[in-house]
Design a protein around this ligand. Structure first.
Ligand code: IMP
Ligand code: MG
Length: 184
């Protein structure tokens, strides 16, 4: 893949990644498994897959194609202040889904659970809309949160506590398009 074990990829703008943490193939295999798990978890009722933008956009698009039952897709946007590699803890909803949430099985899809603050805030808002059920599917879980109020029911991978990019994850809006997940 590269000289001296570092990644040489024209998508990286000359930046050097430490390593590939999850390869394209590993991700595809895991997403297929998750799709099967989710399909069997929801035998009936209306399922709404709600992607938390922007980080989940690639994961959602791959995941919904592996869920073998009727569903709807919508997105919501929660912004946390700052563009740093450290999450600030302040979250606001910028886009609110227009789809009716009441009475539906809602599966909120997140890119990565880090401190879990984004998740808590968004789940509190969604819970007030009286869904039939409300669960979380996280592509990555860093297991850093000690008091997660809404632990994800579905997790793609347990992730190391490193700053990761690719497959939707960004650093200052870059690298979302990498087909693998790498450590910056
Ligand atoms: P939390 O609110 O601390 O759980 O942070 C969650 C959000 O922070 C995620 O939805 C990401 O947008 C961002 N984030 C956390 N860890 C990473 C990372 O390793 N790479 C890129 N974004 C991250
Ligand atoms: Mg981000």
């Amino acid at each position: 893949m590269s000289v001296s074990g570092k990644l040489a990829d024209p998508r990286l703008q000359g930046r050097v990644m430490k390593r590939v943490v999850f390869s394209t193939e590993q991700i595809a295999n895991r997403v297929r498994e998750l799709g099967r798990e989710i399909t069997s978890t929801y035998p009936g009722g209306d399922l709404l897959v709600l992607g938390l933008l922007k980080g989940s956009f690639i994961f959602v698009s791959d995941l919904v194609r592996q869920i073998n039952r009727p569903l709807q897709v919508d997105f919501l946007v929660a912004a946390s202040y700052g563009t740093d590699m450290v999450s600030s803890g302040h979250v606001r909803l910028v886009y609110d889904p227009e789809t009716i949430l009441e009475g539906k099985h809602i599966l909120l899809v997140e890119d990565v659970v880090d401190s879990g603050r984004t998740l808590s805030r968004v789940m509190d808002v969604l819970r007030e809309r009286s869904p039939a059920s409300l669960e979380v599917c996280a592509m990555l879980d860093k297991h850093l949160a000690t008091h997660l109020r809404y632990p994800p029911k579905f997790v793609g991978f347990d992730a190391p506590s490193e700053f990761l990019v690719g497959y939707g994850l960004d650093h200052a809006e870059n690298f979302r398009h990498l087909p693998y997940i790498a450590s910056l």
